[in-house]
Design a binder for this molecule. Structure first.
Ligand code: RUB
Length: 275
């Protein structure tokens, strides 16, 4: 195997240089196909513990070809884009968090298809993935305003442009069999704020993020929050958070625009091999 290439992919996944469920799964597929052994699979699974799309993709290899799996990523994104286009209203303001390729690609597609909307996004501490999102949207000429997470309630409920945002769009790392979703920490809190203000919350995600198994929440290095913190200060750095299905208006995937329970029924029927 090309050890140098393999190690570089692992390092980039672990350090969040490669981030987001979809990019991680694609990169892991590439790394695994360099040397498809049980040991390599175990190493790849351990890099980001909250990523069922990574497990699903590696477990499907053998039952589906690498080419078929790669095609799935693009086909499903195309269908997601078309589904998202159906729901974006005129002059909407949309709130989003962290960096999700499923969300960003759908927004760029909507812009290209004549939708006029603007975005509020969070900077996403501690690693600032929100800046990546803001840059990608600005490059696509989508008006974007970045806020600190602490300003999220203000941004969601009373933006300077409109009374409140029209919708919250979030990606997903995992969609669980009870219909709850796991996404970047903060997602649960923002969804609850939106729910209380009767603002719809859409999860925009490839259905291969579905997991029948329980999913562990990754706890990341404390130094991401406070490097060289004085002694006796405890730091917690959970990377993800559950979004209760009651806050979710719909999961928009390649399978359609579905309520969480309807999504779970559809994904199990369509992809019985997903674990
Ligand atoms: C990224 C994150 C994204 C999901 C979905 O967290 O929470 O919303 O992974 O991304 P991190 P995508 O930066 O810790 O990986 O739509 O790209 O699959």
């Amino acid at each position: 195997m090309d050890k140098k290439r393999f190690n570089k992919i692992c390092k980039d996944i672990a350090s969040i240089k490669i981030q987001g469920a979809r990019n991680i799964a694609k990169a892991a597929l590439l790394a695994y196909s360099l040397n498809p052994t049980k040991k390599v699979k175990k190493i790849l699974f351990s890099l980001r513990p909250t990523e069922p799309m990574l497990w699903n993709v590696l477990n499907l290899l053998g039952k589906k070809s690498k080419q078929e799996i790669l095609e799935h990523f693009d086909d499903s994104q195309e269908k997601i884009n078309k589904n998202v286009l159906k729901i974006i209203g005129r002059r909407w303001t949309i709130f989003t968090h962290c960096h999700s390729t499923n969300v960003i690609n759908a927004l760029i597609y909507a812009k290209k298809h004549g939708r006029n909307f603007s975005i509020f996004n969070t900077e996403t501490r501690p690693l600032f993935q929100g800046r990546k999102t803001a840059k990608a949207l600005a490059r696509a000429r989508i008006p974007v305003t970045t806020v600190v997470e602490a300003a999220a309630a203000i941004a969601i409920k009373e933006t300077p442009i409109m009374k409140k945002v029209n919708a919250v769009f979030l990606g997903a790392d995992a969609i669980l069999k009870n219909g709850d979703v796991i996404n970047k920490v903060g997602s649960g809190m923002f969804s609850e704020i939106a729910y209380d203000s009767k603002i719809p919350v859409y999860i925009i995600a490839d259905s291969w993020k579905f997991s029948k198994r329980p999913v562990k929440i990754e706890e990341r290095a404390h130094k991401e929050i406070w490097n060289h913190a004085p002694a006796h200060i405890k730091i917690k750095n959970p990377a993800f958070e559950k979004v209760n299905k009651k806050f979710i208006t719909a999961i928009i995937s390649e399978l359609g625009i579905l309520s969480p329970p309807a999504f779970v029924r559809r994904v199990i029927a369509k992809y019985p091999l997903l674990k």
